[in-house]
Design a protein around this ligand. Structure first.
Ligand code: GDP
Length: 324
C-alpha cells in the first residue's frame, strides 16, 4: 500500500536488524525492505544464538543496529506447541529478554516486537480488542508461547517506562505464505492443508484428513501484507499498547479446507479427525486502532492461497515423503 501520511520515524539511512530474517515473516521483511533506503543487518542462527545473552550483546555492540524488527522466535502449529512446551517458553523468553535488553544497552532507536494473537484469553470476545490482554485464562495448547509473548510485550513496556526506549509491540494474525513450514506435525494449518491436498490428489486418494472439528475460526493475513504492516507500524506508531495488526480474512477451518481443496484441485472428501485438538474456538482480532492509522491489506485469501499453492506444489515435488 502507499504510505503517504507523514511518518513519526524514518528508516532512511538506518542500520536495520531483521532478527529472524530466515523465517517466514523475516524473509517477507527482507523482501519488503529491499525498496527502502536502509542497510539491512542479519545473522543466521549458526552465527548468533539469540538464546545466549553474551553473544547477543557482543553482536549488537559490534553491528550497532539502529532499528530492530524482533521477529526471531521458536514457532510452530498447534501440535508443535502442545508437544514441545519447554522449547516454546524457554527459547522465546530468552530471545526476547536478550534482544530487548541488548537493544537498550546498545542504544537502539526503535524496536518492534512481534507478539501473537495467542496472547489473548481463550474465551475473549471476538474480534478481540487490545484491552482484553491479561483478562482471563489462556488456551492450554499454546499457553507457553502465549506466556512468553506476553512477557515480550511487558519487556517493551517496562523499558519504555523506565528508560524511555521507543520499543513497541504488535499482534499479527495467523500468517501464511512463502517461507512457511510444510512439516506435517510442526506446521500451521494453511501449509499443512496445502501439502495434504497435494499428497491426496497426487496419490489419487479418495479423502484427506483435517484435524479437529473444522469449527474453529481463524483470521489469516498473507505474509507480505504482514511485512508491509510491520514497516508501516514502525514508521507510524509509538505507544506502549501492543497493537493488533489486521484486518485479515476471517474463515472457519472447514471453509479453509474447502478453499484449499479448490485451489489445489483435490475433489475427494474432507474427513475431520476429532482426536486432534481444535485449540482456540476462535482467534480473530479487532484491528480498528491499526486500521485508523491508515493501513489495509491488499491480498485476498483467494489470491494469497493461489500464490502460496505454487510453493506447496514445489515442496511436494521435492519432498513428497514428508506428508503424513
Ligand atoms: P493455532 O491457530 O494456534 O490453533 O494453530 P494451527 O494453525 O496449527 O491450527 C489452527 C486450526 O487448524 C486448529 O483448530 C487445528 O486443529 C486446525 N487444523 C486442521 N488441520 C490441520 C493440520 O493439518 N495442521 C494444523 N497445524 N492444524 C490443522
Amino acid at each position: 500500500m502507499t504510505d503517504s501520511t507523514k511518518p513519526l520515524y524514518s528508516l532512511a539511512g538506518k542500520r536495520v536488524w531483521i532478527s529472524g530474517h530466515g523465517g517466514m515473516v523475516g524473509s517477507a521483511l527482507m523482501r519488503r525492505l529491499q525498496s527502502e533506503d536502509c542497510k539491512i543487518l542479519k545473522a543466521t542462527s549458526k552465527e548468533l544464538d539469540l538464546r545466549r545473552q553474551a553473544e547477543v550483546e557482543a553482536w549488537m555492540e559490534a553491528e550497532k543496529p539502529e532499528t530492530v524488527f524482533l521477529a526471531a522466535a521458536t514457532v510452530g502449529g498447534i501440535m508443535a506447541n502442545d508437544t514441545r512446551p519447554a522449547e516454546f517458553i524457554y527459547d522465546n523468553l530468552a530471545i526476547e529478554a536478550n534482544v530487548i535488553h541488548g537493544a537498550w544497552r546498545s542504544g537502539v532507536e526503535k524496536l518492534l516486537f512481534l507478539s501473537a494473537a495467542c496472547v489473548y484469553p481463550r474465551e475473549a470476545p471476538q474480534p478481540t480488542p487490545e484491552d482484553c490482554l491479561l483478562t482471563g485464562p489462556l488456551e492450554p495448547t499454546n499457553e507457553m508461547s502465549a506466556i512468553a509473548k506476553i512477557a515480550g510485550i511487558k519487556l517493551c513496556q517496562a523499558y519504555r517506562r523506565q528508560y524511555g526506549c521507543d520499543f513497541i509491540s504488535c499482534q499479527p494474525l495467523n500468517m501464511y505464505g512463502p517461507g512457511d513450514n510444510f512439516d506435517p506435525e510442526d506446521s500451521h494449518v494453511v501449509g499443512a492443508l496445502l501439502m495434504k491436498a497435494h499428497a491426496a490428489k497426487t496419490e489419487g486418494r479418495p479423502a484427506m484428513t483435517v484435524w479437529g472439528s473444522g469449527k474453529p475460526v481463524r483470521e489469516f493475513l498473507y505474509v507480505d501484507d504482514a511485512a508491509d504492516a510491520l514497516v508501516f507500524q514502525m514508521r507510524h506508531y509509538s505507544d506502549d499498547r501492543a497493537l493488533n495488526i489486521g484486518p485479515g480474512a476471517v474463515i472457519s477451518i472447514r471453509e479453509l479446507a474447502e478453499a484449499v481443496a479448490r485451489v489445489v484441485g483435490f475433489e475427494g472428501e474432507l474427513v475431520f479427525d476429532a482426536a486432534k485438538p481444535d485449540g482456540m474456538p476462535s482467534k480473530t482480532l479487532d484491528a480498528a486502532r491499526f486500521a485508523a492509522l491508515g493501513w489495509k491489506a491488499t491480498t485476498s485469501l483467494e489470491d494469497g492461497l493461489a500464490t502460496f499453492e505454487i510453493f506447496a506444489h514445489c515442496a511436494h515435488v521435492l519432498a513428497p515423503h514428508v506428508v503424513g
